[in-house]
Design a protein around this ligand. Structure first.
Ligand code: 5GP
Ligand code: MN
Length: 316
């Protein structure tokens, strides 16, 4: 898909809607608001839809303009950002499917190419980095607000510039944005470091429960709906738990299961050699090589047993 075709489609469209994946993270939200602001600046009528907006990202500019559902029945163009699979698109009204043209911009290896136009770069460390590159290609002026949203996506999806996917371009973007006056240290603090008391208690419980399996190469923990109710936390408050196990010496794969209406959601991370996206694909999920997820429509015991059996096959 050439960027020129995408440009033409955007130029022709009047009404545009932006969606992202369910349980949105910093990359999903940063990419969404940045794209919204750029399209608004171009004079488009734009809606950005995020049905459940996590409080962590309320600090972003224009976060209060995010809608819970689309304001129109039909749009000329619908854009899916940071979403590998149409099933995960947080679009309760199925407006994406009803739109005239569907664009899919993403960086997941497992992307299903579900758009009419697909711009997918699996080696980009964040969807926000792809958008930055696109804007540079289009010679679009990147305002301080847009840069703030984009760098939030990059900072969060790279775990603060720590992951393998980080490229020299990532630092070039960060450097350029710092030059524009973007407060990267504030963004880092707000989106990665600061946690609510509830989040802290959730991490504490999950941490206490960590089990080390397969000679310490697998870390496993879980949370039930009942725990979440007791702790007064929602799904987005559980971010960061799976990384606790991953960062323990000797662990190759960390698994975190938490209960949802559809059974247990599995969140997997690896360190060096296990492709967790391939493992999650076995359960109709997906993601990246070192970070992936899936839904396990089973009891806790069964979900645990099934996922650990698959992970063990890949452990050396
Ligand atoms: P997390 O474990 O943080 O929820 O997700 C890790 C990565 O895997 C993210 O990039 C996320 O988009 C992706 N992911 C999580 N769950 C699913 C899923 O059920 N299906 C697909 N295709 N990707 C998922
Ligand atoms: Mn992402």
């Amino acid at each position: 898909m050439t960027l020129d075709t995408i440009k033409e489609v955007i130029e022709r469209a009047k009404n545009i809607v932006i969606f992202t994946h369910e349980n949105p993270d910093g990359d999903a939200i940063g990419s969404t608001i940045a794209t919204y602001l750029v399209l608004k600046e171009m004079g488009k009528n734009v809606d950005m839809v995020i049905p459940v907006f996590p409080s962590t990202f309320k600090f972003l500019p224009h976060a209060d303009e995010v809608l819970e559902k689309p304001s129109l029945e039909k749009y000329d163009l619908a854009i899916a950002l940071d979403c590998a699979d149409i099933k995960r698109l947080d679009d309760p009204t199925e407006t994406y499917l009803k739109s005239e043209t569907r664009l899919n911009i993403d960086h997941h290896t497992s992307n299903g190419m579900f758009g009419d136009l697909n711009f997918v770069n699996p080696v980009a460390p964040a969807c926000a980095q792809i958008i930055t590159t696109m804007l540079e290609y289009f010679k679009t002026d990147i305002s301080q607000e847009v840069a703030t949203c984009l760098i939030t996506g990059i900072v969060t999806d790279t775990g603060g510039f720590r992951y393998e996917g980080v490229t020299s371009e990532t630092f070039e973007i960060a450097s350029e944005f710092l030059g524009k006056g973007v407060k990267i240290s504030k963004i880092y603090k707000e989106s990665l470091n600061n946690i609510s008391k509830e989040k802290f208690e959730a991490r504490k419980l999950a941490m206490n429960r960590i089990e080390f399996i397969a000679n310490g190469k697998i870390a496993y923990t879980y949370m039930t709906k009942e725990d979440m109710k007791k702790l007064n936390v929602i799904q987005s408050d559980l971010d960061g738990i799976v990384e606790i196990g991953r960062d323990v010496e000797g662990v190759e794969v960390s698994i975190f299961l938490y209960e949802t209406d559809k059974g247990y959601k599995g969140s997997l991370r690896s360190n060096d050699y296990v492709n967790v996206s391939d493992i999650c694909l076995l359960f109709n999920g997906g993601g990246h090589i070192r970070a992936a997820g899936c839904t396990l429509p089973y009891s806790l015991e069964e979900a645990k047993e099934r996922v650990i059996t698959q992970v063990k096959r890949f452990i050396k």
